[in-house]
Design a protein around this ligand. Sequence first.
Ligand SMILES: [Mg+2]
Length: 480
Amino acid sequence: MTQDSFIASFTVEDLRFPTSLTGDGTDANNRECDYSAAYCTLRTNLGEVGYGLTFTIGRGNDIVCAAVEQVAGKLMNMKTAELFSAAGLGRMWNYLLSDPQLRWIGPEKGVIHIATAAVVNAVWDMYARHLKKPLWQVVAEFTPEEFVAATTFRYITDMITPEEALALLKEKEAGKAERLAKLKAEGYPAYTTSVGWFGYPDEKVARLTREAIAQGFNHFKMKVGADVAMDQRRLALIRSIIDDPKECEGRPVPSAESLVGKNAGPTGSVLMIDSNQVWDVREAIDYVKALKDANPWFIEEPTAPDDILGHAEIRKQLKPYKIGVATGEHAHNRMVFKQLLAAKAIDVCQIDSCRLAGVNEILGVLLMAAKKGVPVCPHAGGVGLTNYVVHLSIIDYLCVSGTKERNVLEYVDHLHEHFTNPPSINSHGYYNIPSDPTEGYSIGMHEASKAAYVYPNGSYWTNDHAAARLVAIKNGYIKP
Ligand SMILES: [Mg+2]
């Protein structure tokens, strides 16, 4: 009985995967990523569970875990009857975010905010598991009023009020059933970042690009920013493959509508570039101009993530070259998105499932982006992010923006084997729609994986070959 159920315990695990050994996930700013998760498990007295994680790239994951403990502790003894509704989830978010002492070490940014994401996402996961529906379906079945009740509006009502959101959501009710049918038939469009990590040699980039075409992808992203000549060479290499009709033979032909404004090549292939914040504003403009021959759709994270006006300036200066600006994976709260949208600083809005404090805050950003007509193309990758974001994009398509024509969701093919319900793509390079009624927010992990990679005492980290590496990581000496 729900009435008797309450949150009785939680665990937090520091999970780290040695991805720096392969160069996976490397970019101009992050050359030694050990993909990591601060993993939170909530349990009720009746044995129900909820899983949530937040993503880091290694050192400091223990600090985030300590913050997750602080936030999760606030839920102890809370009755699930108070949590398990749209309004209850809305109140839960406000409650977790209004602790004055924890707020002081943010507010709503940094370690405390990403830690809050792990806990908030765990509560949503528990609710979805409780209802025996994947998370996207739980939200898609909310009435517009319930959707609004679950959404965080604090500090963004100057861009969108709950009343405006309600009107927008009601308008999108029409056609929802048709969109769901289309989604189930087609999947959700995706792009791949896996071909062009910074640390990959040219041969590997070429091989992975061909493999991505064979998987059905027509959007590709490459990491740039350390060396113009190298970037020009690698971009020309990718373009030479993705623009070659022979290389793309048999790949599904993308619709003209899906390519509008994306600088697609003759085969309908789109190329994007990502510099992971490496430049100052002027530097970004000059550097990207030097890459214009590759015809990228957008430059992602050209400069510091907090520099809203800098992004606006870069967008303005690159407009004559038809190169757009995308950012958001390090936008630390909804207020940054509000400003990016208000300043017309972005062409593409890249929410992150763990940088923002969970589903409630993300719903607010989806609503603002829809109001401003900016497509949402979430950041994925890392460990677990790919699992999460497919739910968010589905919610955006079904309930909020009502379109997926120009959207593409990042797909990164790493570490999926550790999850009980890993994300997957179909033969057209589209995300499959999560459909297991027991998967919640799709972030459950195999116990064996957790036992192996929990840090520093998991079996991977205590075996012989990892021992020296462990010392190196602790001391910050590790080099990919
Ligand atoms: Mg990125």
